[in-house]
Design a protein around this ligand. Structure first.
Ligand code: FUL
Length: 652
């Protein structure tokens, strides 16, 4: 019979290539052969489809991003490019400690920030002297990218690199010589560091910097300068065909539009990228509006990558030791990223000595444990599921495929049945608060939505609804539900292909951060003087209220303490409502004991405040005895002459 089938297949020569590529087609052709009375055919793929590398990436779900450069030693979020290489001298650097912590957290990959905006290369590149070569670390003979790669491999993690296109050190920045050097750097990283799972290119680009001592602002045309499509990305494709290229717009995965790690409730894996102001969509020059949501029936498969730091900032700051995200907070992010069809990319920030702080390590462990326990067993396993229609009534497409933990085996209906309903008799009463659904995305993102009903009080009652299912969709219920019978209704423009239905109960986690004891001055001792009535919003302890003010010619906001005190930090909270109006990017702080004689206490930039609008802590050069403080916003994100603040705080 096999021989006969082969003969038959041979005669259909045009089907041969297709056959080799697709086992299920082989099976269906076999069943379709003259020896069988009917045949099984998979549904036609629908819309944009994921590539092989995207399929592998969807399966990864979780990975980490390590920010550790001279910027760590400067206690900044963006280095200016002027740090002396001498400061890069960790005495306890241990890539294994970091990789181990990532593994304990359940992460499957590690991305090394091989070069951040400060331009310092963590590997001995041929393209510039501004690298580990010029640092005292390992007498200039070290290669940190290699150590991260080795540790990743030793601990079973995939390895990736982040190479900032913006370089605030390189004197060539802005010229063609720089982009040539950038491509050379990319070539080195793609050639010498084993298999790379992602080449990560962030969108922050151009602006002021050191630039070899020029200390100036350099503006580039983001749509043309890097020649991403023409020259830069082909290097990745040629040398690392399985590497996912990340940028704001893809091509393989997109930025989710915020640094909170959260996709929108409805987040499609397909996208039609749009350029800013009608221009071409290139990194750093994208209309961000559809990044959190994707587009239903978008032109390309470009799922969302949700990046978020484990601490408020991407780099280590001692004063954030007690703001490390807890396992419960990380879990919440997981639900809203991986659980919305995206990937979760968690930023880890080693301390200057070169290892992660104990709070970070313990929180990762707690998160890993929580993920493991929560998803240990699918409580829907053992259910008897009955659909009102099964494609060609064949086992290949039966309801049993929903419980076999295989992402690509699936239940499907006949082509004309677009709204099948599957009833499930669970294996006894089960208690759950999480529902997980998956489509076989090899055939596209087909489902518009699903509705789940529970059998309660002798009737069907609505339990949950969800859109954008795709690779992975988690629905978190408001409270645990006990039930023995459920019903799932699927809604799609074509026959749906559901590959999983699973129920889980969120595991609890016990976790205590070691507190460092911040000493915030009681806001009641503080007032804003010479200001309007709304100014109290900046001192009301509520980060959600915003004070917007025109600086009325003075250029500053003046605060007064009831009595003079020793102050060591000023905290500025930018508005938390997603707007950028009045948010400063540069500041100066002045202080005074008597309100007459003023001294400058600090000045600098609020780097990355646009993408990551978290608390900005300004360390004063020394503890200062002051009664009056002036905050000068020096440059703004938005246009106009408005200054905005959610909260000011002072600490001792
Ligand atoms: C952003 C950068 O500006 C931040 O500093 C950080 O590296 C983040 C992951 O990407 O675009």
């Amino acid at each position: 019979m096999e021989f006969a089938l082969l003969l038959w297949v041979n005669s259909v020569s045009s089907a041969l290539n297709f056959l080799i590529m697709n086992r299920k087609t082989l099976l269906s052709l076999f069943l379709f052969s003259p020896f069988f009375s009917f045949g099984q055919t998979e549904p036609e793929p629908y819309g944009a489809l994921p590539s092989e590398r995207q399929l592998r990436w969807h399966e990864m779900e979780l990975y980490t991003l390590i920010h550790y450069t001279p910027t760590t030693f400067q206690d900044k979020e963006w280095g200016y490019g002027d740090a002396a290489p001498e400061i890069f001298n960790p005495d306890r650097f241990d890539a294994n400690q970091i990789a181990r912590a990532a593994v304990a957290g359940g992460f499957r990959g590690l991305i090394s920030v091989a070069k951040h905006h400060d331009g310092f290369c963590l590997w001995p590149t041929q393209t510039t002297d501004y690298s580990v070569k010029s640092s005292p670390w390992k007498d200039g003979k070290g290669d940190m990218v290699r150590e991260f790669m080795q540790a990743s491999h030793d601990h079973g993690l995939a390895f990736g690199v982040y190479l900032s296109a913006w370089d605030r050190n390189d004197t060539r920045y802005g010229t063609e010589d720089y982009t040539e050097a950038y491509r050379e750097q990319l070539t080195e990283l793609m050639s010498n560091y084993g298999p790379i799972f992602t080449s990560w290119h962030d969108g922050a680009n151009g602006g002021d910097g050191y630039y070899g001592g020029r200390n100036e602002k350099r503006v580039i045309d983001q749509t043309t300068y890097y020649e991403w499509e023409e020259k830069t990305w082909p290097i990745v494709r040629r040398l690392q065909p399985m590497a996912m290229i990340f940028s704001d717009v893809g091509p393989d995965m997109r930025w989710v539009g915020n640094e909170k790690g959260m996709a929108a409730e409805t987040s499609w894996s397909t996208l039609t990228p749009k350029g800013k102001d009608g221009g071409p969509p290139t990194p750093g020059s994208v209309d961000n509006a559809n990044l959190p949501t994707g587009d239903r029936n978008g032109e390309f498969w470009i799922p969302a990558e949700c990046d978020v730091p484990q601490r408020p900032g991407w780099f280590y700051h001692e004063n954030q030791n007690d703001q490390v995200k807890t396992p419960d907070e990380l879990f919440e992010i997981y639900i809203n990223s991986v659980g919305r069809g995206g990937g979760m990319n968690l930023g880890l920030a080693p301390m200057p000595e070169g290892i992660l702080h104990d709070n970070d390590v313990r929180s990762l462990e707690g998160f890993g444990k929580k993920i493991k326990e929560t998803f240990a067993a699918n409580l829907a396993q053992g259910a008897v599921a009955t659909a009102n229609n099964v494609r060609q009534d064949h086992a290949l497409f039966s309801e049993a495929n929903l419980f076999d933990a295989d992402r690509y085996s699936y239940y499907a209906s006949d082509d004309h049945v677009l709204n099948p309903v599957i009833e499930m008799e669970l294996d006894g009463v089960q208690e759950f608060d999480l529902i997980r659904l998956r489509e076989n995305i090899k055939l596209g993102q087909r489902l518009d939505s699903v509705r789940i009903d529970v059998w309660k009080e002798e009737r069907w009652q609505p339990l949950a609804r969800a859109t954008s299912i795709g690779a992975n969709r988690l629905i978190k219920l408001d409270a645990p539900v006990r039930a023995s019978k459920l019903r799932v209704a699927l809604f799609a423009p074509v026959a749906p292909t559901l590959s999983e239905f699973a129920l889980f109960k969120e595991a609890s986690s016990e976790f205590q951060l070691t507190k460092s004891g911040r000493q915030i001055v009681d806001p009641k001792q503080l007032s804003i003087i010479h200001a309007d009535q709304q100014a109290k919003r900046a001192l009301d302890g509520d980060k959600q209220t915003v004070w917007e003010t025109r600086l009325a010619g003075t250029g500053y906001v003046e605060m007064k303490l009831d009595v003079a005190q020793q102050i060591s930090r000023v905290h500025y909270w930018p508005r938390q409502d997603g707007k950028i109006t009045g948010v400063p990017t540069r500041y100066e702080i002045q202080g005074s004991l008597d309100g007459k004689e003023w001294r400058s206490l600090a000045a600098g930039e609020f780097s990355n405040i646009k993408a990551n609008a978290t608390e900005q802590v300004i360390e004063l050069s020394q503890r200062e005895n002051v009664q009056f403080i002036r905050f000068f916003p020096k440059a703004f994100l938005g246009e106009g002459d408005v200054f905005s603040v959610a909260e000011f705080e002072l600490s001792k």
